[in-house]
Design a protein around this ligand. Sequence first.
Ligand SMILES: O=C1O[C@H](COP(=O)(O)O)[C@@H](O)[C@H](O)[C@H]1O
Length: 321
Amino acid sequence: MSISVSAAAVLQPLTGRASPPAYRVTANRRLRIGPIPSLSSSSASKPILPAAAMATDGAAPAASGAGSKQKLLVFDAEEDLAVSLAKYTAELSEKFAAERGAFTVVLSGGSLIKALRKLTEPPYLDSVDWSKWHVFWVDERVVPKDHEDSNYKLALDGFLSKVPIPTGQVYAINDALSAEGAADDYETCLRRLVKNGVIAMLAATGFPRFDLQLLGMGPDGHIASLFPGHPLVNENQKWVTYIKDSPKPPPERITFTFPVINSSAYIAMVVTGAGKAGAVQKALSDKETSSDKLPVEMAVLQDGEFTWFTDKEAVSLLQNK
Ligand SMILES: O=C1O[C@H](COP(=O)(O)O)[C@@H](O)[C@H](O)[C@H]1O
């Protein structure tokens, strides 16, 4: 099989949003998977038509994922990905700071944090208005904040300690509480910030609408602390919930639920390495009605823009099919 790439994917710059590192990709539900054509010798990323979740411009909203678009960016090297991710994030920061006077950013743990390193360097260190940033976690391990397993510590060491975000705008969990207590406490914090306008609300869903969620995916296709086959993936009332039997250690965690993840304005899904190629292949295959969806496949924005930032290894099974 071969990949079908729309010419529009190459030629049509995205408009109406922050100017992105790549291009709008128009939908093609007859996606064929195969070798990635060389689209531009000067570009480090190659837009490819991805998943069934992609929506045609102007298409009627589907039952879920209304208004959702997905783009797939594939970089030759992780270094190129990091450069592009920094530009993308800085442009969204500028857009939301101008529009709303605040930029609400959700971090995951794991490999994502290292991919943010270019934001801590010139020109972004000086050009980004860090005073507008409000930082949250899509999931957190229920451990002390100075524990090696803490997503807060990972982000502090690798990112937050290197940029001047006001400490009062960094919303870590209360690590003195139980998993259940920490989840409730975090949701209460989010509700307060929605009430005072720091976090937007998506009227269509009644859930908070973060400006940008910077997410990673595990080799099993989990995102946040929402794991394949775990009942938490079906939680549709709570904003934040907890897990005590995480298949990946540590076992106790709190996590945003899918309604919150899917109410975001923008998601950057940052996935690198051959170890994730199987999950990427499944997520970007053309099975629209698969009943055994991976958690990453359940991340479908209600009204927003979803961009995959990947490297060649992560999409290697797409290339070889
Ligand atoms: O446990 C977790 O894993 C995922 C994926 O991590 P990665 O190192 O494979 O990128 C991460 O997104 C999540 O926040 C974390 O708690």
